[in-house]
Structure formats: structure tokens, C-alpha cells
Design a binder for this molecule. Sequence first.
Ligand SMILES: [Fe+2]
Ligand SMILES: [Fe+2]
Length: 205
Amino acid sequence: MGPSQSRYGGVVGPLPEPLAGLVRDHRFIEELVMQVRRALSAAGSKSAEPGLVTHALELVRDLSAYAEVDLALHIEKEEAVLFPAVRVAAEEDVEAMMVDMFAQHDEIRDRSEEIRETLRTIDTDHDELLEGVAKLNDGLRDAATAPSPAVLNGLYGTVRILDDLFQGHFMDEENHVFAPAVRWFDAEAMADLAEKMEALEAAYR
Ligand SMILES: [Fe+2]
Ligand SMILES: [Fe+2]
């Protein structure tokens, strides 16, 4: 498994920027979530030392802080920059095929619907991800006053659900949006996307 290989089986390989940067974010989040799961699991065991509980809560706080700024920025880069460009490019791609191949109208309609469906799914995923993060913050608040095994278990459950959401979501994006985007955008268009995402970064920091 190389450094850019997801443990969830997302797309690998040398994607150009800014797609590569989005994939790096995915790998970073996956790694952080895995660490949080491990730490919460260790902290929740009967013989756990108090230090393990403190460590786990620190990591949950790291995840929460990351979600608040970096994950929100990541989602904004996708929703405000990449996805609208993908929508246009996908439609143009489909349009070009229609001109060339009248005989394949059905296939074209299916593909077009597939792309729309994927983008719809990803939009819903973003809402669910943000809900999961809000739940994480509730759990953290409870843990600050009483890090009981029940509270730790609750946190673990929330992180596990987030983990599952990330798993499906990153795979969808990398396989169905980022990979075809390489075909749709030339170097100039990629550079333009990167520039727009950098502008968003400035607003977030
Ligand atoms: Fe996303
Ligand atoms: Fe993403």
C-alpha cells in the first residue's frame, strides 16, 4: 500500500493538482480517524489507565478541530469549485457524444444520469458528514465533564459512523469525480481550479 493508497480502496496514482491535494486530505482524515478509533477503543477497555482516556480525548479534540476548519475548507473546495466545473464538463462530454453518436442515445442518457446521481449522492454525504461532526462535538462536551465508559463508547460509535461515511464518500469522489476529471480538464483548467481553491484557503485561515 503506497502513501496515496486509501485503506478503503479509493483511486491511486499520480493525479494532478488540485485533485492530488484533495486526495491528500482524504488520506490525512482517514489516518486521523483510524488513530481516534484505536485510542477510544484502548481507553474504553476495563483496565485502561487514566492516561489513555486523556490521550483519546485529545485525539477526538484534534479530529473535531480538523473538521471545523480543514474539513469544512475541503468540502467548500469541492462544492464551490470542483463540482460545478465537473457538472459543466460532464454535460459537454455528454453533448459531444450525442452529436457524434445518435445511435447511442440511451447509453448517453444513462451516463448523464449516472453522473448526476453521483453528484447528488456526494451532496447528501457532505450533509451527513457535517451532522456526524456536530455529534462528535456534543460527545466531546459530555466527555469534558464526565469521561465515563458510556460517554467514551458513545464517542467511539460516532467516530465509527464518521469512518463509514468517509469510506464510502472518498471512494465515490476519487473513482467517479476525480478520476474522470483528469480526462475533462486540461492543464490550464486544472490550474484555474487550483487557483480558485487557493482563494478559498485564504478565506479560511
Ligand atoms: Fe467531499
Ligand atoms: Fe473530498
